[in-house]
Ligand binder design. Structure first.
Ligand SMILES: *[C@@H]1O[C@H](CO)[C@@H](O)[C@H](O)[C@H]1NC(C)=O
Ligand SMILES: *[C@@H]1O[C@H](CO)[C@@H](O)[C@H](O)[C@H]1NC(C)=O
Ligand SMILES: *[C@@H]1O[C@H](CO)[C@@H](O)[C@H](O)[C@H]1NC(C)=O
Ligand SMILES: *[C@@H]1O[C@H](CO)[C@@H](O)[C@H](O)[C@H]1NC(C)=O
Ligand SMILES: *[C@@H]1O[C@H](CO)[C@@H](O)[C@H](O)[C@H]1NC(C)=O
Ligand SMILES: *[C@@H]1O[C@H](CO)[C@@H](O)[C@H](O)[C@H]1NC(C)=O
Ligand SMILES: *[C@@H]1O[C@H](CO)[C@@H](O)[C@H](O)[C@H]1NC(C)=O
Ligand SMILES: *[C@@H]1O[C@H](CO)[C@@H](O)[C@H](O)[C@H]1NC(C)=O
Ligand SMILES: *[C@@H]1O[C@H](CO)[C@@H](O)[C@H](O)[C@H]1NC(C)=O
Ligand SMILES: *[C@@H]1O[C@H](CO)[C@@H](O)[C@H](O)[C@H]1NC(C)=O
Length: 392
């Protein structure tokens, strides 16, 4: 009897193993791109997460409120763009086309206008990589949210960026949009820097969720509410892509790091994120992105965090790319969007002959206004070797 029990036990273990293997197999057929998770409400931020010098939305309206217009008011909708951190980098990031997107509403009846943007509560670097705490746990300060404030700084947006009217709506449409915006802000709580795809123009595994995606979905919502957009206006948006074979699901923090965790995996993840621990010095952002880039193609792996869950990305060439392509305003019938993927911006070529350079000497060539080409080589973690690349 005892013998049979034991035997049954191992049969069960075998069957269970089969079931587990089978469910692992099933689990690999995910719905792509993985939908960005909506939450029922925004949780309080971890007190460890602190904004730098300037807090989130310092001049904003009363939190979680939107202005309310007279239903018959005429309201202009504007698209705004400015280079990210131009105050720190001059126009370097403008040449890289890392642009910040925002929108504005100008009420023609009241003469009041408003700027609206969706951005990181604790800045971009904090949203892109977690903090590695003393006890080897990871803490993400990756919330993002919408901020609406009085006025539009026309000069700021127009001088090195974009300030263009895209539509005119009624106060009624604005009020409906405002309801949508409050709900969107409550349920879409975290920022995602990366767009993860199979290859340039290929299958998308994960979509980004950033300032640009806010403007795009806000315009889509306005269109759904009846706004007509001016299709003579052409707007391009920044995307930072990672390229990977089919991502492997790892699980949430309690599965990955909790009791019974795979120690090898934990060590590997910690080592990966340990490379990106310069949350304080924003001036190093560009260098860290490039450093990240090198680590990614050197090891062919990336630990990715989405919907508060970890994934493993088996990275593949061209590993990482920054694009600045047009996305038409809603209502324009455009089905073929493949043109968005034609240009390479950061293209790594392992076989390239290399010229020595330190990452500090990253030179920006601007012979083609839209793209910055360089070839990189990663034989030394602390040095970047690259040369100008004539493009494809
Ligand atoms: C990133 O988060 C850390 C920890 O909260 C904080 O000290 C730092 O100021 C943040 N960085 C920026 C640029 O806000
Ligand atoms: C969005 O949420 C943030 C964080 O809770 C809040 O500070 C902000 O006021 C909200 N924005 C709007 C437009 O309601
Ligand atoms: C916003 O209002 C100010 C003050 O009236 C005006 O100078 C500015 O041009 C307006 N900008 C937009 C985009 O409506
Ligand atoms: C690690 O440290 C943080 C901050 O001190 C703490 O909140 C967290 O509970 C700790 N985690 C573990 C697993 O000890
Ligand atoms: C535009 O760029 C120039 C050159 O980088 C800079 O001096 C100027 O302050 C920028 N303008 C605005 C409004 O940020
Ligand atoms: C549409 O946009 C174009 C380009 O910016 C502009 O010349 C034109 O006046 C706009 N049309 C309307 C009706 O606003
Ligand atoms: C983490 O994932 C496990 C397994 O899917 C689940 O049981 C648990 O509730 C999750 N924990 C959180 C905090 O979501
Ligand atoms: C643990 O993680 C490592 C690294 O990802 C992996 O190679 C190994 O197969 C995992 N072990 C188990 C038992 O899942
Ligand atoms: C905007 O995108 C289009 C195609 O998507 C491209 O042809 C154009 O050069 C881009 N403009 C800039 C300024 O990069
Ligand atoms: C959009 O374009 C497609 C393909 O060219 C066409 O079949 C479809 O009817 C068009 N839709 C509209 C609303 O014009």
């Amino acid at each position: 009897m005892t013998f049979i029990m034991v035997d049954m036990g191992s049969v069960c273990k075998f069957v269970c193993l089969l079931i587990i293997l089978n469910s692992v197999h099933l689990a690999s057929s995910f719905k792509w791109p993985v939908p960005y998770k909506r939450f029922s409400e925004r949780p309080p931020t971890n007190p460890y997460c602190q904004a730098g010098l300037i807090g989130f939305c310092p001049t904003g309206e009363v939190p979680d409120t939107m202005p309310k217009f007279n239903p018959t008011d005429r309201v202009e909708v504007w698209a705004l763009k400015a280079p990210v951190w131009e105050f720190k980098f001059g126009d370097l990031l403008e040449k890289f086309h890392i642009m910040h997107d925002a929108m504005a509403f100008n009420n023609l009846n009241t003469g009041q206008n408003y700027t609206m943007e969706w951005y990181e509560l604790f800045q971009l670097f904090n949203c892109t990589f977690p903090h590695l705490l003393q006890n080897d746990t990871l803490l993400w300060c990756n919330q993002g949210a919408a901020c609406i404030y009085d006025g539009v700084d026309d000069l700021h947006w127009s001088q090195n960026g974009t300030l263009v009217k895209v539509a005119e709506i009624t106060g009624d449409v604005f009020n409906k949009f405002a309801m949508w915006a409050l709900n969107d802000n409550k349920t879409g709580i975290y920022y995602e820097t990366w767009t993860v795809e199979e290859k340039p123009g290929g299958k998308m595994w994960f979509d980004s969720y950033d300032c640009a995606s806010f403007v795009l979905r806000a315009f889509d919502e306005l269109y759904a509410l009846g706004a007509t957009f001016n299709h003579s206006v052409h707007l391009n948006y920044t995307r930072i892509h990672l390229y990977s074979h089919e991502p492997q699901y790892l699980g949430n923090a309690s599965v990955v790091f909790g009791p019974g965790a795979n120690k090898t995996l934990v060590k590997d993840i910690i080592e990966f994120y340990a490379k990106f621990q310069s949350h304080q010095s924003m001036k190093d952002l560009l260098e860290h992105l490039i450093e990240a880039y090198i680590e990614i193609f050197k090891d062919g792996k990336f630990y990715f965090f989405y919907n508060f869950e970890y994934w493993f990305l088996p990275m593949k060439s061209p590993y990482m790319k920054l694009t600045y392509y047009e996305i038409p305003l809603p209502g324009k019938n455009e089905t073929d969007l493949s043109h968005r993927e034609k240009k390479l911006v950061w293209h790594y070529d392992e076989k390239a002959g290399v010229s020595h350079a330190n990452s500090k000497h990253l030179s920006v060539s601007n012979e083609d206004k839209n793209t910055l080409h360089f070839k990189g080589h990663a034989d030394d973690k602390d040095k970047l070797h690259f040369k100008k690349h004539d493009g494809h």
